[in-house]
Design a protein around this ligand. Sequence first.
Ligand code: DGL
Length: 279
Amino acid sequence: GACDFHFNQSGGVERMKIAFFDSGMGGLTVLNHALKILPREEFIFYADEDNVPYGTKSREDVLKFVDEAFGFLIAQGVGAIVVACNTATSVAVKEMRKKYSLPIIGMEPALKVALDLFPNRKVLVTATAITITGEKIRLLIEKLHAENLAELKALPRLVEFAERQEFKSAAVEEYLRGELADYDFEKFSSLVLGCTHFNYFKDTLREILPSHVKILDGNAGTINELIRRTNLNSSKNLIPSPQSLVPKFFYSGRRVTDSAELARLGKFLRRLDEMEAVT
Ligand code: DGL
């Protein structure tokens, strides 16, 4: 019930320190969702801005970047790490779980969600090149027996557009129309956003796709998994803390304190709030 809070020595309600990690600004999608579901935890957001994008680099390089970020986050004393990046999950989550015993929650493209909703319709899974050529997605497709239903498409330029806050423009529209032109969407139930950077473009996608095609992401699934793995109970943790904590932001291990940069982060989060309304 509502009384089983854990109290720390100072008598206050203990919060859990949870890290969200991404190559860049895509992970804010997952953080933004978490802030709404779990308003009283302490969040750290780490964007590897020195090395973004990951999706076009070698697996070896990405593994090294993720390993460095994890070392930093562990030193911050976090109780769990959400890998809010499909690419980093695909490449490195297995290794990180071998190395560290804290809960590590990865992203999974919402293919299962799509197939549960529409069992025999095709699904277009969009992601980075590393994710769609990786073993992890191949195993997921196999597990779901979706060999004939899942089609994979890399949309690497969306990562660049997102990083420079070019959310809606003629160039974005032209790029997406071009990349999606060859699909017969009558056969598809849904398009899965298999890269956390892609949520910034839901409005343009909505304009391009026929209205029956659902746009699905893995954010809710990831946060549900976080709650399960950390024993955070969402109804208990829904009670806002007396002073709601603003997340701490880091770029590749450097704390972001500059007010112009914090304002830029605010613009990403506002964009995500707008995109959450696009269904
Ligand atoms: N945000 C990352 C993902 O979810 C990848 C972006 C990148 O290429 O760095 O896959």
